[in-house]
Design a protein around this ligand. Structure first.
Ligand SMILES: NC(=O)c1ccc[n+]([C@@H]2O[C@H](COP(=O)([O-])OP(=O)(O)OC[C@H]3O[C@@H](n4cnc5c(N)ncnc54)[C@H](O)[C@@H]3O)[C@@H](O)[C@H]2O)c1
Length: 300
């Protein structure tokens, strides 16, 4: 049956909807990662930082790995004694190998590897104008960097026959048209990488999953938006990003991705592997016809 837009038939205010949705959410911190050791790339800020804080609240020790030494060190200080920073450019395999070895020498093991570092691409919209050097650079960070992270974490997880590997993909890797080709392709590849690696790693009891967030107004997205809308202030750009969501009464925030990562990293997800967890408020699940509430007098 064809659906007509529901919004005109409902008179619930967005405030009361937000209140009723948020009532169900617990902000209590459990200890789901007690005794676990996690390594997170791109954890100096944004989604990675929120996840590092969430993991620490849940009993983990976290190694914050990032290319930005200054912010990375500040973040580790802010997160406290259970966080340590190490500089790492995920495009250098030796850096990735080094952060894994650092984690082992500091904590004796690696339970959770979260390959989260990623960049926007800032390329022209048409394939005809694509600069393949930029394409290679973005793939080097968003895909090769993830593969290197999986390779070196597997090196230390396989002998222990346990571990949970996470990767940040995106809604733009699931549907076309939401981002420039290069970024979209890189995130599609991450989802494919996870499925391919799950085939091997499951035989060692290691789980691997990806998370696909909707747009979150982190620095990454706000920089992209301000290139598209020069002169528009950050709060207006944030509002524009949030208004693009379909789930009324809630916005996609770094904590939502951190909560998804906590679930996938913990024993709550002990039988979940090869999965791409959408954190998109339903955005990629449906389209509507947007028929008007009442039929027009005549159809031209
Ligand atoms: N924000 C969103 O809307 C959104 C949506 C879907 C997916 N993602 C993905 O989430 C991940 C985190 O993004 P964010 O929104 O928190 O952005 P962010 O820019 O706030 O954080 C990205 C972090 O990655 C680090 N980084 C960049 N290049 C690196 C490299 N070569 N080596 C190591 N670290 C590097 C940056 O220094 C930064 O700390 C990315 O993979 C991004 O593609 C973001």
């Amino acid at each position: 049956m064809l659906r007509r837009g529901l919004s005109k038939n409902l008179s619930i205010s967005s405030d009361s909807l937000a209140q009723s949705l948020n009532r169900g959410f617990s902000t209590e911190t459990g200890r789901k990662l007690e005794g676990k050791v996690a390594l997170i790339t791109g954890a100096a800020r944004g989604i990675g930082k929120a996840t590092a804080a969430k993991f620490i609240d849940n009993g983990a020790k976290v190694v914050v790995a990032d290319i930005d030494q200054h912010i990375g060190e500040e973040t580790a200080k802010e997160l406290g004694a259970n966080a340590a920073f190490i500089a790492c450019d995920v495009t250098n395999e030796s850096d990735i190998s080094n952060v894994v070895d650092f984690t082992i020498s500091r904590h004796g093991k690696l339970d959770i590897m979260y390959n989260n570092a990623g960049v926007a691409c800032n390329t022209p919209p048409s394939i005809v104008d694509l600069d393949l050097q930029v394409f290679d650079r973005v793939m080097g960070i968003n895909v090769r960097g993830v593969v290197a992270g999986i390779k070196h974490s597997s090196r230390v997880m396989i002998p222990r026959r346990s571990g949970s590997i996470l990767c940040t993909a995106s809604v733009t890797g699931v549907m076309g048209g939401l981002a420039q080709h290069t970024y979209s392709v890189s995130k599609s590849a991450v989802i494919g990488v996870v499925k391919s690696m799950a085939a091997e790693l499951s035989s060692y009891g290691i789980r691997i999953n990806s998370i696909s967030p909707f747009a979150v107004p982190t620095r990454f997205v706000l920089e992209e938006m301000s290139r598209l809308y020069p002169g528009v202030d950050a709060s207006r750009l944030t509002e524009m990003v949030q208004n693009a969501g379909v789930l009324k009464g809630a916005n996609c925030e770094p904590i939502d991705i951190a909560n998804a990562a906590l679930y996938l990293a913990s024993d709550d997800a002990k039988y979940v592997s090869g999965h791409n967890l959408m954190v998109d408020g339903g955005f990629t699940s449906f389209k509507t016809f947007n028929f008007p509430a009442h039929a027009p007098d005549s159809v031209q």
